[in-house]
Design a protein around this ligand. Structure first.
Ligand SMILES: Cc1ncc(COP(=O)(O)O)c(C=O)c1O
Length: 382
């Protein structure tokens, strides 16, 4: 039985061409730039090249604003704990992942308020509703929103949302774990203050590495949450400048080398072209699923509004059970349950019934694989 992998929103498979070789080659290099050796300098140059590549891809003018982290979750934790004091007010979307909601819940242990921005039926956050929330007291220093939810996948109007944040004096933290590599991103052009993403989903790189992009307005307010060696400065304080202020410890050089190879491949293909391919495959799947009686599609029917994923409920099937049968009997690998985003399922009324079945495509997904998945769901329901 052929395997049809439709769980790219969990992690991309396969990785971009060249990633595995880059990871392997970096395992043969010493620690970057911590000494005065030629190979150490070669390793340090990889970090610099990767920062520049990520900056180009995501529309960031200064590569020093790219801070390497241990993944998307780590980048979000760094932003949230580095910016907010316990009990401080924040605004959060109702579709967010637990890597945003759990840090916020922990911070809220200090008291204070958390305001929720509701999404509409298509999974969109509306700038006017954000404006209303931000204009009511108490002032919120931070708004945390996903660029694309991992349950509904609607791509948000970031420039408009960022403009509202700016006008109301709040920083915008964008969780781009599901959109980086999938859709064009312009951090500086849109006025995003902080952007967090891991390398292993749409960026087609290895797990265990990610980035936090720190904009000018956020830089002054972001306190390091992890302290340690950076190879520079002999005192007890972290260096003042980015990225070193936020990057203690020996970096994950193999992961970063893999991310560099992946980003260079994506640049060669063009994010716009990759998005067009994913829209075609996802649209084909949505059309097939929508034609099946009783199947409920969460969010917009238009694949062009999405970042490569669709979640559905299947009549007569609990999502975990459906996904297990799709895999065992048809070789279709997808993701069921609450997807670490119980709030999003509460929003769509699918939390109590145990979530939904999510299909997500990548740049190597083929129309034939989509058809195989659609046939499998049809057989499951017949
Ligand atoms: C929207 C969103 N945010 C954050 C994360 C966390 O990313 P990671 O698991 O790569 O740390 C995920 C991963 O599923 C996600 O989908």
């Amino acid at each position: 039985m052929q395997t049809v992998y439709l769980d790219h929103a969990a992690t991309s498979l396969p990785k971009a061409p060249g990633v595995a070789d880059a990871v392997r080659a970096a395992l043969e290099l010493p620690s970057p730039g911590r000494g005065n050796t030629r190979r150490g300098a070669e390793a340090a140059a990889l970090l610099t090249r990767c920062r520049s590549a990520v900056a180009r891809l995501l529309g960031v003018g200064s590569p020093d604003r790219i801070v390497f982290t241990a993944g998307g979750t780590d980048a979000l934790n760094l932003a949230l704990f580095g910016l907010l004091k316990p009990g401080e007010h924040a605004v959060v979307g109702d579709l967010e992942h637990t890597s945003v909601t759990r840090p916020l819940a922990a911070l809220r242990g200090g008291g204070g308020v958390l305001s929720t921005l509701s999404s509409d039926e298509d999974g969109l956050y509306r700038p006017d509703e954000l404006d209303a929330l931000l204009s009511a007291p108490p002032a919120a220093p931070l708004v945390a929103l996903s660029h694309g939810s991992n349950v509904v996948g609607t791509v948000q109007p970031v420039a408009e949302l960022a403009a509202v944040c700016r006008e109301r004096g709040a920083l915008l933290l964008l969780d781009a774990c599901q959109t980086a590599g999938h859709v064009p991103i312009d951090v500086d052009g849109w006025g995003v203050d902080l952007l967090a993403t891991g390398a292993h989903k749409g960026l087609l790189g290895p797990p265990g590495v990610g980035v936090l992009i720190v904009g000018e307005r956020a830089e002054r307010r972001l306190t390091p949450t992890r302290l340690g060696g950076t190879g520079g400065g002999g005192g007890d304080d972290m260096p003042a400048e980015l990225p070193h202020r936020l990057e203690p410890g020996t970096p994950n050089l193999p992961g970063i080398a893999g991310l560099l190879a992946a980003v260079e491949w994506i640049e060669g293909e063009g994010v716009g072209a990759l998005h067009a391919r994913s829209v075609e495959c996802l649209g084909r799947l949505i059309d097939r699923l929508a034609a099946l009686p009783g199947v409920r599609i969460l969010g917009p029917p238009d694949a062009a509004q999405r970042c490569g994923l669709v979640s559905v409920t299947l009549p007569g099937w609990e999502s975990m059970e459906a996904a297990a049968v799709l895999d065992a009997s048809f070789g279709v690998e997808c993701r069921a349950g609450l997807h670490c985003a119980p709030g999003a399922h509460a929003r769509y009324g699918t939390r109590a019934e145990g979530g939904a079945v999510r299909f997500s495509v990548g740049p190597f997904t083929t129309p034939a694989e989509i058809d195989a998945a659609a046939e499998a769901v049809t057989a499951l329901l017949s």
